[in-house]
Design a binder for this molecule. Structure first.
Ligand SMILES: Nc1ncnc2c1ncn2[C@@H]1O[C@H](COP(=O)(O)OP(=O)(O)OP(=O)(O)O)[C@@H](O)[C@H]1O
Ligand SMILES: [Mg+2]
Length: 257
């Protein structure tokens, strides 16, 4: 994909047909380091012995079939599921058993897969729910395309615009780690591109660590630095995106590619 400007503003530059390159590492430890994680919801254990790491300035994708545990892995990082064993380190802290509000204060934000904005509130009101005026204004600097709609209820936005609002709502926290759960789901290819370009721009501008769950596997592999493939709560692949694209056995067995 070549460098381009998109319809909602912002620019993009992709580094090749699969994966990205050229960004720096965390100068030592990983921004996120999960070891041997077992977690789930009450008695329902979803993840089994998961090892995972992600770095600053990189986009790390998580792919896998429906129900494989992708959202649960993000929720574990945001204190939203029950950890049975293992450990979760983020930005040099142990957050394994830390409550969500504290995790947010440590610089980690999460954009949920569904219902991530208040439909009946205006954009301005949505932002007011999560931040004061100054921080909301700063976040909106990244989304000039939304400014004309500030006083419209979120329900009147297009799917792509709604996802941009959801992104603005997590950006107000000025996070170092951003967790995105299927931000392009149900969007047209054009709008999906706009969202992904925005995520890449944020990654490039802020050197943050982005973890991206994406249902379109080829799309994820083309737009990430590193990928994890989950199957039934286990990591069956973790590493560079390119070998996964070329491994027909793994791709057809777990991803229907
Ligand atoms: N709140 C919950 N309580 C109990 N079980 C849950 C809960 N949320 C998810 N699960 C179960 O955990 C398993 C993994 O779900 P998860 O949402 O992590 O999968 P996923 O890979 O994100 O799937 P999808 O691609 O459909 O979004 C599923 O069997 C699901 O039914
Ligand atoms: Mg999910």
């Amino acid at each position: 994909m070549a460098s381009s400007r998109n319809a909602l503003g912002g620019s993009s530059s992709d580094s090749g047909s699969s994966g990205r390159s050229g960004s720096s590492n965390n100068g030592g430890g990983h921004a996120i380091e999960i070891k041997d994680l077992a977690c789930g919801y009450g008695k329902n254990q979803v993840l089994h012995g998961v090892d995972f790491s992600a770095d600053l300035s990189k986009i790390t994708a998580i792919v896998g079939s429906n129900g494989s545990g992708k959202s649960t892995l993000l929720k574990a990082l945001f204190g939203l599921c029950d950890v049975k064993s293992g450990s979760i380190q983020a930005l040099g802290r142990d957050i394994t058993h830390i409550p969500t509000h504290a995790i947010l204060n440590y610089g980690i934000s999460y954009m949920a897969q569904r219902k991530n904005v208040f439909q009946d509130l205006t954009l301005r009101e949505n932002l007011a729910v999560v931040a004061g005026r100054q921080r909301a204004d700063r976040a909106m600097d990244h989304f000039p395309e939304l400014l004309p709609f500030l006083d419209r209820p979120a329900v009147t936005l297009s799917g792509g615009q709604r996802q941009l609002l959801a992104m603005a709502m997590i950006l107000v926290h000025n996070p170092k780690i951003m967790l995105f759960d299927e931000p392009t789901a149900a969007l047209s290819p054009k709008n999906a591109d706009i969202i992904i370009e925005k995520i890449k721009n944020l990654n490039a501008e802020h050197d943050n660590c982005i973890v991206l769950v994406e249902q379109n596997v080829k799309y994820a592999l083309r737009n990430c630095d590193k990928v994890y493939l989950l199957a039934s709560g286990h990591v069956v692949y973790g590493g560079d995106p390119e070998p996964l694209l070329n491994d027909k056995d793994l791709a057809s067995k777990y991803l229907g590619m």
